[in-house]
Design a binder for this molecule. Structure first.
Ligand SMILES: NC(=O)c1ccc[n+]([C@@H]2O[C@H](COP(=O)([O-])OP(=O)(O)OC[C@H]3O[C@@H](n4cnc5c(N)ncnc54)[C@H](OP(=O)(O)O)[C@@H]3O)[C@@H](O)[C@H]2O)c1
Length: 267
């Protein structure tokens, strides 16, 4: 099966590309800067065709989708021009894929996009709707947070010294490699519409996740509890970012920390 992967350089794309290639998919990967990524062993340069495309303008999309059987759409821009890239860019991609006769578009979304009142989540939900309304038969998989993303959040939350955060917010980190394996199954299964959510093996409170992260980094910074106000805080504490769906991934936050920092990840 010939598959175009958007967002091939991202947290998920970097691990999905080599896994899918090893599973026997024939891959084309797009990036706005493919020259910087082709040949990167982590990105699966070998045997992967890299092309330039930009969802914000549509440049390169027609060429990228031409001759492919399926599109795995992982590209996203959480922090800037989200509407143009995630919503309108997804529409540009679905239109191009429709014209090219692509038979399956798989879109990765986030658990909680319909509950968490954040602009990025509203745009992801709108992008899901664009995919569902498009002419290409589709599948949508919502996943929980990747550990690398959670670690970036924690690093950002501790810029001023202590780790700032709402201790009761619930998270369920899921290994992107395991998400990639699920995506391989979906690509083989064909268009399935919205499929069962995919989360990590355990639900953690923010303070548990933060303490394990600090311990793994041998950091003695304190936690400074800051309650997130309003509906956003209520949803995050009530588990809007988590799922009870099964099966789940098996790789834990402690596994991620042990792999990244070489320790046990626990106090
Ligand atoms: N991070 C999480 O915890 C998480 C959890 C669940 C679901 N998801 C979803 O999973 C998907 C992948 O997330 P991620 O964390 O791997 O993303 P990421 O690391 O932020 O990577 C974003 C990717 O989007 C591409 N991109 C950005 N703007 C683009 C544009 N204008 N045109 C074309 N490509 C563009 C980037 O490619 P270049 O810079 O190379 O062009 C990059 O490969 C996203 O849809 C995200 O919403 C993420």
């Amino acid at each position: 099966m010939r598959v175009l992967v958007t967002g091939a350089t991202g947290r998920l794309g970097r691990v999905a590309v080599p896994r899918l290639r090893n599973e026997g998919f024939s891959l084309r990967a797009v990036s706005r800067r493919p020259d910087a990524n082709a040949g990167d062993s982590d990105g699966g340069g070998d045997g992967v065709e890299w092309m330039a495309a930009d969802l914000a303008t549509g440049a390169g999309l027609a060429e990228a989708v031409a001759g492919t059987d399926a599109v795995l759409h992982l590209a996203s821009s959480p922090n800037r021009r989200t509407y143009e890239i995630d919503v309108l860019g997804t529409r540009r991609l679905t239109v191009a894929a429709g014209h090219a006769g692509v038979r399956h578009l798989v879109y990765v979304s986030i658990v909680g996009v319909d509950r968490v009142p954040l602009g990025y989540y509203r745009h992801k939900l709108a992008a899901e709707q664009v995919v569902a309304a498009g002419s290409v038969p589709w599948s949508v998989l919502r996943a929980t947070q990747f550990p690398g993303f959670l670690a970036e959040l924690l690093a950002g939350a501790s810029r001023l010294g202590p780790v700032l955060g709402d201790p009761a917010v619930l998270a369920q980190p899921v290994d992107p490699g395991e998400v990639a394996d699920r995506l391989a199954v979906l690509l083989r299964a064909g268009p399935s519409h919205r499929v069962e959510d995919f989360g990590g093996p355990e639900v953690l409170r923010f303070d548990e996740a933060a303490r394990a992260w600090l311990a793994a980094r041998r950091s003695r910074r304190p936690l400074l509890p800051v309650r997130i106000p309003g509906r956003l805080g209520r949803e995050l504490r009530a588990g809007a970012l988590t799922t009870t769906a099964t099966p789940t991934g098996t790789r834990t936050w402690a596994d991620h920390l042990a792999h990244t920092y070489g320790g046990t990840g626990r106090r």
